[in-house]
Ligand binder design. Structure first.
Ligand code: GLU
Ligand code: ZN
Length: 315
């Protein structure tokens, strides 16, 4: 495969537990996408949330990727923190300031209850759309809230702009941010920067041109594209992989230990597991053992289905 220095993809795992089969499936597709194009891969640890992430998971994650033959060219290395989101606060702070200097950021004092009351369910999926309540507070109300000592979350005001993009798997997508999404949180009330901001800043800053991830993040994409463009950058291309789901259709979770890597590594060799994943992804007719490198040669998104993929009960 030729090298193509203009293509750069990434693995962006959250070290909140050992990977499950779904995480690995998305990682394999991210690797295949970039290797097929002859590009390079970057590993970034999305350890923003101090309540959920543990340092010991970082090396475990890296080890599980390597075990399957999914290597990367730059990014996280053992003992280094440059590619850990928990250590990139100054970058998020700078982007936050840029947005604030344009008058796009405001404090939101809503409690969970108030937030629910001040939001309307989204027609398509029932997710709540924030009404912008705290953007319309009077000067007096604002002062009173500031003096109450409550720490606010910080939201960004989105425009009535339609963001469109073409997903490699799901095709043309569009969303009108004010109507379909609403003002969203950039920084939580405990000071932690939100995923949407961190991932946008990092994908820009790290020169990412291809984002491959599971389709549960498809609807975050318009927010991220808008943030990147508002910050003066160009958004990458996107491919959202179908979700692997439990045999009963339930979403996989790290907490429940759904087919986690410990169990999988005891049961299969890397080639056996790759073969099974390749069949689920539509890349091979059978689940015969195969390596990731062999799959990269004739990889194509055309073979990958959109619908959720139930894991067979005997996996
Ligand atoms: N860190 C996220 C996760 O593990 C993925 C974020 C992304 O790919 O944009 O679910
Ligand atoms: Zn509010």
């Amino acid at each position: 495969m030729a090298t193509n220095a203009t293509v750069r993809g990434r693995f962006a795992p959250s070290p909140s537990g050992r990977m499950h089969l779904g995480n690995l499936f998305a990682a394999l597709l991210a690797w295949l996408d970039v290797r097929h194009l002859g590009g390079e891969l970057l590993l970034r640890m999305e350890d923003l949330d101090p309540d959920r992430c543990r340092p010991e998971y970082l090396s475990q994650l890296a080890d599980d990727l390597i075990w399957l033959g999914l290597d990367w060219d730059l990014g996280w290395r053992p003992g280094e923190t440059a590619y850990c989101q928990s250590c990139r606060t100054p970058f998020y702070q700078a982007a936050f300031k840029t947005l604030a200097s344009r008058g796009l950021v405001y404090p939101c004092y809503c409690s969970r209850k108030e937030r629910l009351a001040a939001s309307a369910p989204h027609a398509a999926d029932g997710a709540r759309i924030y009404s912008g309540r705290c953007r319309r507070l009077s000067a007096q109300e604002k002062t009173a809230l500031q003096e109450s000592g409550r720490s606010p979350a910080w939201r960004v005001q989105v425009p009535g702009e339609i963001i469109s993009f073409v997903d490699e798997v799901f095709g043309p997508q569009q969303e009108r941010l004010d109507r379909d999404c609403g003002d969203f949180i950039l920084r939580r009330s405990d000071g932690v920067f939100a995923y949407q901001l961190a991932v946008s800043v990092d994908d820009l800053d790290m020169g990412i041109t291809r984002v491959v991830r599971a389709r549960d993040l498809l609807d975050s994409t318009p927010r991220q594209i808008w943030l990147m463009e508002t910050l003066g950058g160009k958004a990458p291309e996107y491919a959202h992989a179908p979700l692997l789901v439990a045999p009963d259709g339930r979403k996989l979770s790290k907490r429940e230990g759904d087919l986690n890597m410990e169990a999988l590594r005891q049961k299969y060799t890397p080639e056996q597991l790759t073969g099974k994943l390749a069949k689920l992804a539509g890349l091979r007719q059978t689940d015969a053992p195969v390596t990731a490198i062999e799959l990269a040669a004739d990889f194509s998104w055309d073979k990958v289905p959109r619908a959720d993929i139930p894991i067979p009960p005997d996996f």
